[in-house]
Design a protein around this ligand. Structure first.
Ligand code: TXA
Ligand code: MG
Length: 316
């Protein structure tokens, strides 16, 4: 078990000594280390069992910090940072050599974000290095949105989790970069693509693959519970799988006929659904069911990012 608390000084001391700390953000909890210390960063890969070809996001306290670690920021990306930071947006920027190869998996761009959480912003303001932090889950599993989730899965391997309550957004950050002057989305996330297009015009959305060198971590199968997730019409699938113990994950409607069920947002709020998604997947994965039946949301607003996670959770 890790110690769980709100002690920024304690978190700072562990990080300065090259250790790992679970940190709250508005998207999901992160597993943080000193991003400038390759040995500390190596522990992240070890604890998460994460392949080293999957690069990490560095977290800084403000836009002013970005110049220390990157070779400049294109005006379009800067305008997005100005509008959405602190918040669920990550920018891919040309890196300075002070960032270890391990952080970027040797790529020439580093992923940077200013998270929106008072405890983590307070911690970052007290450190003289950025924090490299992937989501604080074993590689490929559901991302954590509470300190207890982090402790459940990684508690034996890390000394401390800063407890910042429930992650308000519940989905990882939207990752954006420039590809030949074209704004490109590498991961759908907490900032809705529509809100980005209102500012920069139409964007390109990169689909996931296991071989795309620009976004090596965008694997098709990810965020996956241990149980099988079947996507589709729940009412119909309840008939098809009637001999199984069923867990149901629905958007607004309550279905009967399953052993357990979780409605993401009765009032049809995408933000509420996003906030509940990983908790719901975790709950159904731990429940006494053999199969999870889930439905896609409308492909609009944060529904797109939620559907991205559901699709990847359903690939084994
Ligand atoms: O909301 C978030 O982004 C959370 C919180 C903790 O900040 N972090 C997070 O990290 O989701 P992680 O490691 O689970 O996902 C980061 C993704 C990876 O899929 C990785 O491939 C991509 O960001 N990424 C990181 N650096 C990159 C780079 N230099 N080029 C392309 N993709 C990169
Ligand atoms: Mg992750």
């Amino acid at each position: 078990m890790a110690e769980i608390g709100k002690d920024i000084a304690k978190a700072k001391a562990i990080l300065e000594a090259g250790g790992l700390v679970g940190i709250p953000t508005e998207t999901v909890y992160g597993l943080a280390a000193n991003a400038l210390d390759a040995e500390a960063v190596a522990k992240i890969f070890e604890v998460k069992n994460r392949p080293e070809f999957d690069p990490l996001i560095i977290h800084v306290s403000s836009m002013q910090q970005v110049v220390k670690y990157t070779e400049g920021i294109h005006p379009i990306l800067e305008s997005l940072g100005t509008i959405f930071w602190p918040g669920p947006l990550t920018l891919l920027l040309p890196r300075k050599s002070i960032i270890p190869d391990l952080v970027t998996s040797g790529l020439d761009h580093v992923a940077v974000r200013v998270p929106q959480h008072p405890l983590t912003l307070g911690l970052l303001a007290n450190l003289d290095f950025p924090l490299a932090a992937p989501s604080a889950n074993p590689f490929g599993y559901i991302s954590p949105t509470t300190a207890a989730h982090v402790d459940d899965q990684l508690g034996d391997m890390i000394p401390y989790v800063l407890d910042g309550g429930n992650s308000e957004v519940g989905l990882e950050s939207t990752i954006i970069g420039l590809e030949e002057e074209q704004i490109t989305i590498y991961r759908l996330g907490g900032v809705d693509v529509g809100d980005i297009e209102k500012i920069v015009g139409p964007v390109t959305i990169m689909s996931h693959s296991s071989s795309n060198p620009k976004s090596p971590g965008m694997l098709k199968s990810h965020y996956a519970p241990r149980k099988k997730v079947i996507l589709g019409d729940i009412a119909k699938n309840l008939g098809v799988y009637k001999n199984e113990k069923i867990g149901i994950l629905s958007f607004t409607s309550q279905y009967t006929g399953g052993q357990e069920s979780f409605v993401l947002s009765e009032r049809g709020s995408y933000a509420e659904a996003a906030k509940n998604l990983f908790t719901a997947l975790r709950f159904l994965d731990q429940a006494d069911v053999s199969l999870i039946l889930a439905e896609l949301l409308p492909e609009e607003n944060l529904g797109r990012a939620i559907n991205d996670r559901l699709r990847r959770a359903s690939v084994k």
